[in-house]
Design a binder for this molecule. Structure first.
Ligand SMILES: *Cc1c(COP(=O)(O)O)cnc(C)c1O
Length: 407
């Protein structure tokens, strides 16, 4: 047997992607073939610490055995029924998710963008049926620098030119205000405002942490004006920032909570919208749906993923390791660093303009055995799985320090 038929090098596999794949990504040149916990291995067997965690979808770490077992067992029994019938997993998932988050009801989808779309639909219908906004006049307030996904409606209110410029005509009904500015929110509210959609920390936007008290103030303003406070916690939720949800830091309970990513621990796309009955109860049979949303395989996986977050105290570990990591990063002398910021294990190293962009630093980190991804040109985002240990953090810090001092 000719070995070259079965064994492919990283270079071969990259060439294949470049030959047949649409070029909508620009990956770092590493081809990962195996993952375990915080570590991944490339085709040649080199080991890397995963400091991206698939944009926080892998809070539980790669191939978590408990979630994997749930997936295998469920895959051997039943994977998909469609919602035309009940299945024996969805009710259990609803119960666990509502108990974990403290909401009356949940609506399961698959990708994060779909959950955001769902929240927008719910807010609009609530606006017409409950708040009494004239039909087709609903406005939703969003923030500059937001990232909520890639569908046409969601990119319609992005402030990144590339995300929307040539994809019009765009969906109307959105008002953009500066992030972190509660007064701007109050000023933007009109009688037709149905919701304020916000990330508690802007992840893709460059790990932007709003001023203390912002979420609290924004939630209070929304309540006073009968506007739904909708938190997109797809990236910040499920332990990432050191609490169950990032809104917990300011004791804010959003009217609508949007989850995705780590909700399935990286095994299978599962997202959800959570709210109480007066809000999510506006949806009637036929209003909304998804062939795969709420499928038994996803439900079983997500239940296990939630159980791991709870039973392994991942939020507490994120708080502890994240605080240590941030503190140590502040001590690294570097001519390139403008600011280090973050919360829990969502950390951004913002580089000075003269640093030449974050990508070359991510490439240097890769050569040191750390996988991280630049966001918004100048920011290195560090977001490892929440199971990371102190000694692994130290291992990473040594290498990060080396790279931040490079010339
Ligand atoms: C990743 C992300 C999304 C989109 O999720 P997809 O699963 O990629 O559609 C939406 N909002 C936030 C805050 C995200 O980080």
């Amino acid at each position: 047997m000719n070995a070259s038929v079965v064994a492919s090098t990283s270079a071969d596999l990259i060439a294949l992607e470049q030959c047949y794949g649409a070029r909508n990504y620009h990956p770092l040149e590493v081809v990962i073939s195996r993952g375990e916990g915080v570590w991944v291995y490339d085709v040649e067997g080199r080991r890397y610490l995963d400091c991206l965690s698939a944009y926080s979808a892998l809070n539980q770490g790669h191939c978590h055995p408990r979630i994997r077992q749930a997936l295998i067992e469920q895959a051997q029994r039943l994977t998909l029924t469609s919602r035309a019938f009940y299945n024996d997993q969805l009710g259990l998932f609803y119960r666990d998710l509502c108990q974990f988050s403290g909401y009356d009801m949940a609506l399961p989808m698959n990708s994060g963008a779909e959950a955001v779309e769902t929240a927008i639909k719910v807010a609009r219908k609530w606006g017409y049926e409950v708040k009494g906004v004239p039909l087709n006049q609903a406005e939703i307030i969003v923030c500059a620098g937001n990232f909520h996904g890639r569908t046409i409606t969601v990119v319609s209110f992005s402030t990144e030119r590339q995300y929307k410029e040539k994809f019009g005509p765009l969906t109307p009904g959105f008002v953009i205000i500066p992030y972190g500015d509660a007064a701007a929110l109050e000023a933007a509210i009109t009688p037709n405002t149905v919701a304020f959609l916000v990330e508690p920390i802007q992840g893709e936007g460059g790990v932007i942490v709003p001023p203390p008290g912002y979420l609290r103030a924004a939630a209070d303003i929304c309540r006073r004006h009968n506007v739904l406070f909708m938190a997109d916690e797809i990236q910040t939720g499920l332990g990432r920032t050191g609490t169950r949800f990032a809104c917990d830091h300011e004791d804010v309970r959003p009217d609508v909570l949007i989850l995705g990513k780590a909700l399935s621990g990286g095994f299978y796309p599962v997202s959800a919208v959570l709210a109480d009955r007066p809000v999510l109860g506006v949806l009637q049979p036929g209003d909304h749906g998804s062939t795969f949303g709420g499928n038994p395989l996803g439900a079983a996986v997500a239940r296990a993923a939630l159980a791991v977050i709870r039973d392994e105290n991942l939020a507490a570990n994120a708080a502890q390791q994240g605080a240590y990591w941030l503190e140590r990063l502040h001590e690294i002398p570097s001519p390139y660093v403008r600011e280090v910021r973050g919360r829990g294990l969502l950390i951004g190293i913002d580089l000075k303009p003269e640093a030449g962009g974050a990508r070359r630093f991510c490439e240097a980190l890769m050569r040191e055995g750390i996988l991280a991804k630049d966001t918004r040109e100048t920011v290195i985002r560090l977001a490892p799985p929440l199971i990371i240990t102190r000694s692994e953090v130290d291992w990473a810090l040594e290498r990060i320090a080396r790279v931040l001092r490079m010339s």
